[in-house]
Design a protein. Structure first.
Length: 338
């Protein structure tokens, strides 16, 4: 099997584009026609752990992308093509929506991942506007930061996460770097760089930042360590809050503990587990979508496969009961893995 670094950029972009399209139109419901040969080395079916679901959008055309949950259990989604943010109750009732297409304050151009700080403020990776925007929980605009640059600014930021204990915001962009800011957007430090070595990342295409694959999620544990989905390297990397490399795990493959194209990551800090969503295209046989479970040291515990072909699992979140919430096209799927 080819190493991810050996795949031609055009083919890699095609694969990532297909995965993006698969995220648009799908359901959480079980499909009995799924080919049983896709179950190899997978422990359980995802649908057997499904405890709830509800629609984010009617047809998925707005492309729900990022997900975050606040301290009251409200669920927020970014809309990649809808260029907005939606806030729902934990039961799926729409509370509010904000944003339109544009470059003004409170407008978006392909918003990707989102995060919520300890005060309930919402941070949005407004990718093609080259910035992070900050809002109140009701959608009132607060501030923004970022400009397209290879220095301490940012170029096509695709992912953002917040450390609610230590009050930091972390951003990754197309320059394969991870940047650290305070809650007002003041730059603190950065690390990373393009490559396959420890601490290096393969997240995007610097030569063409607007024709690239999607950045995966990030997550922060209770002591401030940062976990990054290094998707093109098929691995997870763990850093201290100052950027010191701690460890990595994964590697390309379909066995438990390996990844084909990891995308979502979330930490269940209450129970001490990490969940990662992974999607893999297998030529003409369709798409395998799975969620893998690890401890905080990256030791593999178990994995579950989505019982349907040609679909994908996107960003992840964990609610206050320990359920894993997964974006699946226009739907939210809620799983109990405990």
């Amino acid at each position: 099997m080819k190493n991810i670094s050996q795949i031609k950029p055009q083919k890699l972009l095609f694969i990532c584009s297909v995965i993006s399209l698969l995220l648009l139109f799908q359901s959480c419901e079980k499909d009995e026609s799924a080919d049983s040969k896709l179950d190899t080395n997978l422990d359980s079916k995802l649908d057997s752990n499904l405890v709830g679901s509800w629609k984010i959008t009617e047809d998925g055309s707005k492309a729900p992308w990022g997900i975050a949950i606040d301290s009251e259990g409200n669920v927020y989604f970014s809309e990649l093509y809808g260029n907005g943010i939606s806030k729902f109750t934990s039961a799926g009732t729409l509370v509010t929506h904000w944003g339109t297409n544009g470059s003004g304050n409170g407008q978006f151009n392909m918003p990707k991942h989102i995060a919520i700080d300890g005060e309930g403020n919402v941070y949005v990776a407004d990718e093609e506007n080259q910035r992070i925007q900050k809002f109140t929980s009701s959608g009132a605009y607060i501030t923004q930061w970022g400009n397209p640059d290879s220095g301490v600014d940012m170029w096509a930021p695709g992912s953002v996460t917040a450390d609610i204990v230590n009050n930091w915001v972390y951003v990754v962009d197309v320059y394969n770097r991870l940047q650290k800011f305070d809650l007002s957007g003041n730059f603190i430090t950065q690390w990373g760089g393009t490559g396959t070595g420890d601490g290096q990342l393969m997240l995007g295409n610097q030569s063409d930042p607007f024709n690239q694959s999607p950045c995966g999620q990030m997550a922060v544990d209770t002591i401030g360590n940062v976990y990054v989905v290094d998707n093109h390297n098929s691995r997870i990397q763990k850093f201290t809050s100052s950027g010191t490399f701690l460890m990595k795990w994964g590697g390309k493959g379909s066995e438990g503990g390996q990844f084909m194209y990891p995308f979502g990551i979330v930490i269940d800090n209450k129970n001490g587990f990490i969940y990662v969503s992974d999607n893999s295209l297998l030529d003409n046989e369709g798409n395998i979508a799975r969620i893998e479970k690890f401890d905080l040291s990256g030791n593999f515990i178990k994995q579950w496969v989505l019982n349907v072909q040609n679909q994908a699992i996107g960003a992840l979140a964990v609610d206050h009961e320990g359920h894993v919430l997964a974006v699946a096209g226009g739907n939210l799927c809620i799983y109990d893995f405990n």
